[in-house]
Design a protein around this ligand. Structure first.
Ligand code: SF4
Ligand code: SF4
Length: 394
């Protein structure tokens, strides 16, 4: 009788080098756009950064094609994105103002970069009071190209293509936490998370409702002012009284707890899965996105490997039995890669489940990786350029 491990053995490798190169070619050509003036300042360092990013992104795409695995290669990009974003962002802030804190004069003048995390909070005031409750400029200015209109436009374009996959291919904040989750350590709290997964998944929705309603009631972006863990590694209000001191303590405590310690211990994305209201908001767009992960019940042996591997608890025993992921699935591909029976599959909505899963994966990756290369790639290039600037080369 076959042993359990041999019964679960995954079929051997995926596709040849030539075919993988052919499939990577369109992505390599697309990524050359990073050399165009819209992505570049005309300097040698910037071109070096762009060249490094092009090699990096097309190399990872090639490995996805060659191995048939998605999660492990995507994670390398995503973690790099998470850690290089603050490098470039903080260096730019310090070069310009000498500090990471926002002077009150900048907030009054509205000259601050718009953060996509605030998007759900600004919708009600914008719709009903024609007021954008964020201290940023609506249109780009010379000193602030990350205006509200540009960032909302970018967010919308990426969301249409990716849905909730935004959270695993575009959100640099998620990359930081995924990096800490990837550090070697035995998984802790696994039973707790499995047992209370349904309740934990509700928390981001409760926070979303809270921040949307309270932001609309008091006309201030409450999440941004009081609850964002990532203020600790981007910019924050200057500490000038008890209130701003408390804000700072909250930002740092949330960052250390939810982005560093808990991901490290649990191997889950605890901030993304159990706290982030923007992540809950993005889940809604999974409904209109063309791609999803499904479980082929004809092949599934209910081993639960996919559930264990999911970083945001987007699978439950019931959902596996129904052949579906939950609404908060961010299409990271961990469950598909973990499934030894090829039962967890990429799926293009409207087609039979598991009919052509690799075609669905390819179509999804072409759109998503192309946008990740442009959006994330320019963040990576900026981070690389900043790091090059730290080198004692001159
Ligand atoms: S889909 Fe999940 S439960 Fe089913 S065989 Fe694959 S890993 Fe096991
Ligand atoms: S269900 Fe699968 S693809 Fe979705 S978030 Fe979980 S591991 Fe990633």
């Amino acid at each position: 009788m076959a042993s359990r491990s041999s019964a679960l053995a995954r079929p051997p490798a995926f596709r040849g080098v030539g075919r993988s190169i052919l499939l990577t070619l369109p992505m390599a050509l697309w990524s050359l756009l990073m050399f165009t003036p819209s992505f570049q300042h005309a300097s040698g360092d910037h071109y070096i950064g762009a060249a490094a990013v092009i090699l990096f992104m097309t190399g990872l795409f090639f490995l996805m094609m060659r191995t048939g695995e998605t999660y492990r290669w995507r994670r390398i990009f995503f973690v790099a994105l998470g850690f290089l974003f603050p490098v470039g962002f903080i260096a730019a802030l310090v070069a310009e103002r000498g500090t990471m804190s926002i002077p009150i004069s900048r907030m009054v003048s509205g000259d601050t970069p718009f953060c996509f995390m605030v998007t759900p909070s600004i919708i009600l005031p914008a719709a009903f009071a024609r007021t954008v409750i964020f201290p940023g400029s609506i249109l780009p200015t010379a000193s602030n190209p990350h205006s509200i209109a540009i960032m909302i436009g970018l967010w919308f374009a990426l969301t249409l293509v990716m849905g909730k996959a935004w959270c695993s291919y575009a959100c640099f904040f998620g990359g930081i936490e995924e990096g800490f989750a990837a550090l070697p350590k035995r998984r802790r709290l696994h039973r707790f998370i499995t047992r209370f997964g349904a309740q934990l998944r509700l928390i981001p929705w409760a926070i979303l409702v809270f921040v949307v309603l309270v932001s609309a009631a008091i006309f201030e972006p409450v999440y941004c002012m009081w609850l964002c863990p990532f203020k600790a590694v981007t910019e924050f209000p200057a500490v000038r009284n008890v209130e701003t001191a408390i804000q700072m303590v909250v930002f740092i405590a949330l960052f250390v707890g939810l982005v560093v310690v808990l991901p490290y211990l649990t191997k889950k994305r605890t901030q993304c899965g159990f706290f982030c209201p923007f992540g809950a908001f993005q889940s809604l767009f999974n409904k209109i996105n063309l791609f999803e992960i499904r479980i082929n019940r004809e092949k599934c042996v209910d081993c639960g490997l996919c559930q264990t591997s999911c970083p945001t608890v987007a699978l439950s025993k019931d959902s596996i039995r129904e052949g579906k992921t939950l609404l908060n699935c961010m299409k990271c591909g961990a469950c598909v890669d973990a499934c030894k029976k090829d039962a967890a599959v990429w799926h293009l909505k409207g087609t039979p489940v598991a009919a052509k899963p690799e075609r669905a994966r390819l179509l999804f990756l072409y759109g998503t990786w192309a946008l990740a290369t442009m959006f994330g790639g320019s963040v990576l290039a900026n981070g690389v350029h900043t790091l090059i600037g730290f080198l004692p080369l001159k």
